[in-house]
Design a protein around this ligand. Structure first.
Ligand code: NAD
Ligand code: UDP
Length: 309
């Protein structure tokens, strides 16, 4: 089995490469290193079944593979808003190119979609049947609408060409190998707490998120790719929901930090609540997250302590 992982040098991509290598796959990791790092995959470079390719997914590429995991796209709001036109091109042209490649070699095509397709949701928790509440012209739209269009492309290739697809809607996931300046909430709070800086809670901190540890998520990816019952979309995430203020307090307590909490303005269109309904994943993948937030945070704090020391 030969697998292509686009965005393979990123946070989730590098964990997926590691898992696929452990399962005996040949792995081609493709990345333009925008938010990915060679260091994330450096331990695999000497592996006989691993190849690293510098390539931008907005350009087509021909490779002989059996599985195409399409993860290439910055995921942190700070990064995807840095160059929004590039972000939407990455989602849409990256999907067209991943699908064209998969069709040519009859590979199975997996899309790393997102809970952002639900926008600022009016249905809670969010099941896959919910069509979402997304601003099409706001600062998050380059990401949200890019992923929504990518999903459309995957389903049209499936309907029109019979291409085998698998679409995962990923909810907030965290863990080792996130970048210290990633900008997402878990890393911001951990790095701030370890450095003794103020923790920056946006708004009142009453907005909620549900945080999944990376190992649980990657297990869901592989199960979704290899089962035959559904093409998706399937929600993958941890249904335990916390306010952002609760997360800040947990991180301060866990790191025994002297940091204080400060409040900064809430960014535009910031979703007020988010929690996955994972009934479908439980049923068809026999999957649910195993790592509770405290345990996942401990492992992530250990990673950043070592990095910052
Ligand atoms: P990340 O930013 O760490 O990884 C993205 C990777 O894609 C990086 O290695 C980056 O260099 C690469 N990339 C970006 N643009 C590219 C391009 N044009 N060509 C080639 N490579 C490119 O983010 P992540 O958290 O690992 O997210 C991976 C995927 O999962 C993304 O598609 C993201 O939308 C999706 N996702 C992640 C989360 C999460 O909580 N981590 C939630 C929902 C969806
Ligand atoms: N957030 C925060 N402080 C930070 C970073 C993020 O309060 O330093 C908030 C942000 O406003 C949002 C939540 O944490 O409500 C999750 O933000 P993140 O960027 O991690 O992901 P997303 O909004 O895409 O779920």
């Amino acid at each position: 089995m030969r697998s292509l992982v686009t965005g393979g040098a990123g946070f989730l991509g590098s964990h997926l490469c590691e898992r696929l290598l452990a399962e005996g796959h040949e792995v081609i990791c493709l990345d333009n290193f925008f938010t990915g790092r060679k260091a994330h995959v450096a331990p695999f470079l000497s592996h006989p079944r691993f190849e690293l390719v510098r390539h931008d997914v907005i350009d087509p590429i021909k490779l002989e593979v059996d599985r195409v995991y399409n993860l290439a796209c910055p995921a942190s709001p700070v990064h995807y808003q840095h160059n929004p036109i590039k972000t939407i091109k990455t989602s849409i042209l990256g999907a067209v190119n991943a699908l064209g490649l998969a069709k040519r070699v009859k590979a199975r095509a997996f899309l790393a979609s997102t809970s952002e397709v639900y926008g600022d949701p009016e249905v809670h928790p969010q099941p896959e049947s919910y069509w979402g509440h997304v601003n099409p012209i706001g600062i998050r739209s380059c990401y949200d609408e890019g992923k929504r269009c990518a999903e459309t492309l995957y389903f049209d290739y499936h309907r029109e060409h019979g291409l085998p697809i698998r679409v995962a809607r990923i909810f907030n996931t965290y863990g080792p190998r996130m970048l210290p300046d990633d900008g997402r909430v878990v890393t911001n709070f951990i790095v701030q707490a370890l450095k003794g800086e103020d923790l920056t809670v946006y708004g009142e901190g009453q907005q909620t998120r549900s945080f999944c540890y990376v190992d649980d998520l990657i297990d869901g990816f592989v199960r979704l790719m290899e089962q035959e019952e559904t093409v998706g979309p399937v929600n993958l995430g941890n249904p335990s929901e916390f306010t952002i203020l609760e997360l800040a307090e947990k991180v301060i307590a866990m790191t025994k930090s002297s940091s204080k909490i400060i409040h900064l303005p809430l960014p535009a269109d910031d979703p007020q609540q988010r929690r996955p309904d994972i009934s479908l994943a439980k049923k068809v993948l026999d999957w649910e997250p195993k790592v509770p937030l405290e345990e996942g945070l401990e492992r992530t704090v250990t990673f950043f302590r070592e990095m910052l020391s």
